[in-house]
Write a protein that binds this ligand. Structure first.
Ligand SMILES: Cc1ncc(C[n+]2csc(CCOP(=O)(O)OP(=O)(O)O)c2C)c(N)n1
Ligand SMILES: [Mg+2]
Length: 626
């Protein structure tokens, strides 16, 4: 910088706000705000710095107020998912508990490869005050603060102890946020005193800046190697992950599977990327369909597109049983592309699919036979699934029936959101994504409490219009209902369907399935044993609870009331909560896939020993794929 370059004197808080308001992203010729808003809960750690910055310089960066710091991070992830990672929010928190409340959100972001900018406040840099309120004093590590806990859950971390450090920190933070291969939580920790310090920043730092989000092309040699593998396939199979959506590769994928004649299954993050496609065999893996499981088991070449290949997708490395199975890994992230010893194409999903299809030149042999096989197996699965979710007289609604009813009420433009409990798995299994609608299943972290704030983030991004529906359990509601109030306060219309089954029933089922015993997963009083809550059932009046937060709240105990409540919610301009009592003892038809949950290998009870033996036998199907 020459001495003649204009400067502008700002505090760190003001500079951060002014910089963020000027950032844009661009992909495929479309430009948008990179950070359209900031969420924050203030405390002594940021009230003089960032808060004052927002007040002075925040004309272009509106402030939103969450009710819990973790939740605002989830809201940012809703924005990120809806914008295909081209936009997110900044989140500021005070020092200590305000900051650490964001850690779970940060992990959820990084696990799911979704961008979020975190601005936790930090202790005094000048240390004149002695330990400040909420400061952790580490006995042998004097410069360590609770914000160091962000390092393992962030893709970029910096701590600002001098104002001029912003000159490099802010642009690097933007680069990581909008780099498709690197993205995740980005944390800039801001010392409490430094936030208020002034500096003569170069004025150019605050010029509008466009971050061009590239489409990394597929390298010809990688495409040629992958094409050679795929050409030999007689039982090809495709797995579509979240990367398909992030890269807007839906149409390219549809052309790819249709032209070559390859059945395709979706992961949780990839759910809804293909609608009405003849080659789609539903969800992949543990929460998926039997058709996907059977095709995966016998596939000789598996094309993995934009997927992290977690245990739920690969059946804990047991899904692929063909002795000579080979994998093609299409991913913009090199580490993901290389998983399962695949032949990698490290590239943007859309570009890679286009190049690979061009290299193959027409259908793979046996297309017609595969098509008839997929059609027959799919129709048999649909018949079995329909029978499985059919009403049972004298019982509360099954969760399958609730979701199937919701499925019929959802249309183009609507979003459905789920993250924890039975909901994400059931949606992956039975949801038939209506054309033009969207799903956001957060099953990387499967974080209870993600759903309501994420739905708010989606609403913020898409604006007024179609429905944004979060589907949650009663346990999840109790963990974090407070953003319902934020939604009411901001007039951000969402609809929340609460499946009230009296507890953490998906985990209860896991416990019974793997150990033969339930342990404290239901909402019950402390029982006779006194050791855990196993007494009488206790419930919550969720309708009254949601109404107290300002929502329209309804109880829907049968299909007709549920339909009516969904219709009313769509017509209403307000935040709606629909509470549906559901059967705690019914789960959906399994896919057949194995999931390695582990089992207690030492237990006196013969039934636990039998479960352990069955587990060991099934685990023999796990393969290293080296
Ligand atoms: C923050 C968080 N804590 C714990 C878990 C583990 N967990 C997964 S599902 C679940 C129970 C959820 O209960 P509910 O929302 O009622 O759904 P249900 O299992 O009854 O369908 C728990 C505790 C989690 N996923 N996230
Ligand atoms: Mg429950």
């Amino acid at each position: 910088m020459s001495g003649a370059d204009p400067t502008v004197r700002l505090t760190v808080g003001q500079a951060v706000v002014r910089f963020l308001a000027a950032q844009r992203t661009e992909r495929d010729g479309v430009t948008q705000r990179a950070i359209p808003a900031i969420f924050g809960i203030f405390g002594h750690g940021n009230v003089l710095g960032l808060a004052q910055g927002v007040e002075q310089d925040g004309e272009a960066l509106p402030l939103y107020q969450p009710k819990n710091e973790q939740a605002m991070v989830h809201t940012a992830l809703g924005v990120a998912k809806a914008s295909r990672r081209l936009s997110t929010l900044a989140c500021t928190a005070s020092i200590g508990p305000g900051a650490t409340n964001m850690l779970t959100g940060a992990a959820t972001a990084t696990i799911n490869r979704l961008p979020v900018l975190l601005l936790p406040s930090d202790t005094f840099a000048n240390r004149k005050q002695g330990p400040v309120l909420q400061q952790l004093e580490h006995p042998v590590d004097a410069d360590l603060t609770v914000n160091d806990a962000f390092r393992p859950v962030s893709r970029f971390f910096d701590r600002i102890s001098r104002p001029e450090q912003l000159l490099t920190a802010l642009p690097q933070a933007m680069r990581v946020l909008f780099d498709p291969a690197d993205t995740g939580a980005v944390t800039i920790s801001l010392h409490q005193d430094v936030q208020g310090e002034a500096y003569d920043f170069p004025a150019a730092l605050f010029d509008e800046r466009v971050w061009h989000v590239g489409r990394r092309p597929a390298e010809a040699a990688e495409v040629a190697r992958a094409a050679e593998v795929l050409r030999t396939a007689r039982r090809p199979f495709v797995i579509a992950g979240g990367g398909v959506r992030h890269s807007a590769a839906e149409d390219e994928l549809r052309r790819f599977v249709d032209t070559l004649g390859i059945p395709v299954a979706e992961t949780s993050a990839g759910k809804g990327t293909l609608t009405g496609c003849d080659w789609l065999v539903g969800g992949m893996g543990v929460n998926g369909t039997r058709v996907a499981d059977e095709l995966a088991a016998t596939a000789d070449v598996v094309v993995c597109v934009g997927t992290r290949l977690t245990d739920f997708t690969t059946g804990s490395h047991s899904a692929f049983q063909h002795p000579d199975v080979r994998f093609i890994g299409i991913n913009v992230n090199g580490a993901d592309a290389a998983k399962l010893s695949s032949t990698p194409i490290v590239a943007d999903a859309r570009e890679a699919l286009r190049s690979l299809a061009a290299a193959l030149d027409g259908p793979l042999p046996g297309r017609e036979a595969r098509c008839s096989q997929v059609t027959a197996s799919w129709s048999a699965w649909c018949t079995d699934l329909a029978a499985d979710i059919a009403p049972v007289t004298g019982r509360p609604l099954g969760q399958g029936e609730v979701l199937a009813t919701l499925n019929e009420e959802v249309g183009a433009g609507d979003w459905v959101v789920a993250a924890a409990g039975w909901q994400p798995g059931d949606l992956l299994k039975l949801w038939d994504t209506p054309a033009g609608s969207f799903t956001h299943i957060e099953f990387g972290a499967s974080c209870m409490g993600h759903e309501i704030p994420a739905a708010i983030g989606i609403r913020m991004h898409i604006g007024d219009g179609p429905e944004v529906i979060a589907v949650i359990g009663d346990g999840t509601y109790l963990m974090n209902p407070s953003e319902l109030f934020t939604a009411v306060q901001e007039g951000l219309k969402i609809t929340v369907v609460v499946l009230d089954n009296g507890g953490y029933q998906s985990i209860n089922r896991l416990a019974i399935g793997s150990t033969g015993r339930p342990v404290g997963n239901e909402f019950r009083t402390r029982g006779g044993s006194g050791r855990f809550p196993d007494g009488e059932r206790v419930g919550v009046d969720f309708v009254a609870n949601a109404a107290s937060l300002g929502c329209r709240a309804t109880l829907a105990a049968d299909v007709a009331s549920l339909r009516a409540a969904l219709t009313d919610a769509r017509a209403a301009g307000e935040v709606s909560v629909i509470v549906v009592p559901t059967d705690p003892d019914r789960s959906l038809l399994p896919s057949g896939s194995f999931w390695d949950l582990g089992v207690p290998m030492a237990a006196a009870e013969p039934e636990v020993a039998a479960l352990a033996a069955a587990h060991v036998e099934r685990a023999e199907q796990q393969r290293p794929y080296v």
